[in-house]
Design a protein around this ligand. Structure first.
Ligand SMILES: *Cc1c(COP(=O)(O)O)cnc(C)c1O
Length: 223
């Protein structure tokens, strides 16, 4: 309990400082607690300490936790989306951060729930990471207006892991520019930039992140 409390306190101070550097406040940056491999008891502790948004990577694991979580939280799907699992997403999640192909939004649209989606872009073009290229997302945005249950709210990226996060500052800056370009091209008003994890969230916030996805810095190393 003390560990999580202390971690969240330190995290909030860092978020606040980084937000100030981009002329914003802590309130402008949503802290999403990433809870893959984190048990329900520890999620409840974080909830009690003010974290109301949680990110999960795997549908099976998320389903168990979300269905037995009695309190009102907002759940974010941040992991790679397998085609055969898309049908489970609307009932479990409020936001889908990892949309990387048309098929995902096309199937999500068939359910009655209005879904907020972000497009995952592989800015650094790492072979080991998921995510689409900017032109793949343009092709989706051209016809997104035909899907009435899909609300495009932003972009998401994962930067390459590096010791010194300054080296990936350009990745975050590029995602921000791309969001602005796509908004102009398609007449959209996407506000969200889901970028920044435990090792690089401060730089991401300085570059305009509106959502940071933090696991290790809250809950400790995953084993
Ligand atoms: C695991 C994960 C995170 C959190 O990573 P930490 O380094 O533990 O903060 C964030 N985003 C995605 C997509 C993840 O898979």
């Amino acid at each position: 309990m003390k560990d999580i409390e202390k971690s969240i306190q330190i995290l909030r101070e860092k978020i606040s400082k980084a937000a100030a550097k981009s002329g914003r406040t802590e309130k402008d940056v949503l802290l999403i607690g990433v809870t893959k491999k984190v048990d329900l008891d520890r999620i409840k502790i974080a909830y009690g300490l003010g974290i109301k948004d949680f990110g999960e990577n795997y549908v099976q694991e998320a389903k168990k936790k979300i269905e037995s979580f009695e309190k009102k939280a907002t759940w974010h799907m941040i992991g790679h989306i397998q085609t055969n699992k898309i049908k489970y997403l609307p009932r479990l999640f409020d936001y889908i951060h990892s949309v990387d192909r048309w098929e995902v939004v096309e199937i999500l649209n068939k359910f009655e729930k209005k879904m907020k989606v972000l497009f995952e872009i592989n800015i650094a073009q790492e072979k080991t990471k998921q995510g689409a290229g900017p032109d793949d997302i343009r092709k989706i945005l051209e016809k997104i207006g035909t899907l009435k249950n899909i609300e495009p709210v932003g972009l998401m990226t994962m930067a390459p892991y590096v010791e010194n996060p300054q080296e990936v500052r350009w990745v975050f800056g590029r995602l921000r520019e791309l969001r602005d370009e796509l908004n102009r091209e398609f007449g959209l008003n996407m506000k969200e930039l889901s970028m920044g994890m435990s090792n690089d969230f401060e730089v991401a916030i300085e570059e305009g992140a509106t959502m940071v996805r933090i696991g290790t810095a809250i809950f400790g190393e995953r084993i």
